[in-house]
Design a protein around this ligand. Structure first.
Ligand code: SF4
Ligand code: SF4
Length: 427
């Protein structure tokens, strides 16, 4: 794509980065077919190609930007399906971040939108606050019919029965294997996940300990910063990232850590990108690069360990599971077949729904900020899952689990592997 930035505009590093990305796009349109929002609306401005065009306009001629630009950029899920499809290697991931940042600086959002974003960023990344909100949400649900649409959508996403609060991550903890440890990893306990489903961290620690892995969780690493980063709350994102990096720094520098393991793929994609997010910050850039290099999704770590040694025999097989491939795992981290292969090693028959590349509509807090589009994608995904005939679904991200769980139970892949290695059956 041709760009026409002035020399003065190109002095801005963000514009230079965007220029290099934009110039890679050859406008072929292959990405449109796999973009969930384009599939739903058929509007070119809801496709990656259309958004790339809008972002070029936004950056080149900021004064002529129309209100439509914000609508179509906000509708992007950030699912990164376009990056998997694009033959030219267009880095849409970082382009949309620049586009959104520019838009937020140029166009003031309506007060209700700003208020909602502020509330989300001050509650969800803090597990104890979020857990309290889930409990209070049951009372709030009684008044849902008279509440604004977005609040109704947020309340509808809260679990009907408040889960037990996950103590893992509440303070710094170390979980030792019964045998001599062969590896030492740091686990990111997560924020929303701790409030929504404590069984996921419990299963992760149990399986890793059985495989001879020592697991450390640090309380100061309370959130990866992804939620705030993706909705343009830069200060909150930076504060969470800084706290996490400093919490891990000494142990990593001592050479005692083999990997940082993340069991929520949305967080994993963020942590693997820390070097880019932190940029030139002199205090954090070295540790950000080290952390990014050490980070593994739980599936990647299990693939490096002798999983078959802990799986209980199941001569008749363990039953059928549908695998839902979270966007942050398949597009963000390019991990798609690995969890399927691990589930098969654990004795499950794995079926994959049609349109595996399409997002389920969760996308962080997208299902709260864009409830109609999110609900349409959710229904489409559930139809495809139903067609597999599987009685249970495995997924590697708490956002997808929360979005899809219901009529057919959805559990984390690690919970099924835990069960196959003698752990409790997933609830
Ligand atoms: S597939 Fe890549 S090169 Fe083609 S239009 Fe989409 S982003 Fe541009
Ligand atoms: S990130 Fe997803 S929703 Fe956004 S343009 Fe790419 S494919 Fe479409």
């Amino acid at each position: 794509m041709q760009t026409h930035f002035t020399e003065i505009q190109l002095l801005d590093p963000q514009v230079r980065e965007a220029d290099a990305i934009l110039r890679k796009c050859v406008h072929c349109g292959f990405c449109t077919a796999t973009c969930p929002t384009y599939v739903m609306t058929g509007d070119e401005r809801d496709s990656p190609r259309g958004r790339i065009w809008l972002m070029r306009e936004l950056l080149e001629s900021p004064d002529s930007v129309s209100s439509d630009t914000g609508i179509h950029l906000d509708r992007c899920l950030g699912c990164l399906a376009c990056t998997t499809t694009c033959p030219s290697g267009v880095d849409y991931h970082h382009l949309i971040e620049i586009g959104r940042d520019r838009l937020d600086r140029q166009v003031r959002r309506p007060w209700a939108d700003r208020l909602m974003r502020r509330m989300l960023v001050h509650v969800i990344p803090h597990a104890a606050r979020f857990h309290l909100m889930i409990r209070l949400g049951r009372i709030g649900s009684l008044f849902a019919p008279v509440m604004p649409e977005r609040i109704r959508a947020a309340l509808a996403k809260l679990p009907r029965k408040p889960p037990r609060f996950d103590r893992v991550g509440g303070r710094t903890m170390r979980f030792e294997p019964r045998v001599k440890a062969i590896r030492h990893v740091i686990l990111l306990a997560g924020c929303a996940q701790r409030a929504l489903d404590p069984a996921i961290n419990a299963s992760t620690i149990r399986v890793l300990n059985k495989l001879g892995v020592r697991v450390t969780v640090r309380a100061e690493a309370f959130c990866c910063g992804a939620l705030a980063h993706h909705i343009g709350e830069a200060d909150a994102a930076r504060s969470a990232i800084r706290s996490t990096l400093l919490a891990w720094r000494d142990e990593i520098r001592s050479g005692a850590v083999d990997a940082i393991v993340v069991n929520a793929s949305g967080c994993g994609t963020m942590v693997k990108d820390y070097e880019h997010v932190i940029g030139d910050d002199p205090e954090l850039k070295d540790i950000a690069a080290q952390v990014a290099g050490l980070t593994r999704d739980i599936a990647e770590l299990l693939d490096e360990l002798p999983l078959n040694t802990i799986i209980d025999p199941a001569p008749e097989g363990r039953g059928v599971v549908a695998y839902h491939s979270a966007c942050s795992l398949q597009h963000g981290q390019k991990i798609h077949d690995l969890p399927v292969s691990l589930l098969r090693q654990a004795g499950f028959e794995v079926r994959q729904p049609l349109e595996p590349h399409l997002c389920c509509g969760s996308a962080g807090v997208y299902n709260i900020l864009q409830p109609d589009m999110a609900d349409g994608l959710r229904r489409r995904k559930l139809d495809n899952i139903r067609d597999t005939g599987a009685p249970i679904v495995a997924a590697g991200n708490i956002g997808c689990i929360q979005q899809l769980d219901g009529e057919i139970p959805v559990r984390h892949t690690i919970q099924l592997i835990d069960y196959a290695s003698g752990g409790p059956p997933p609830a």
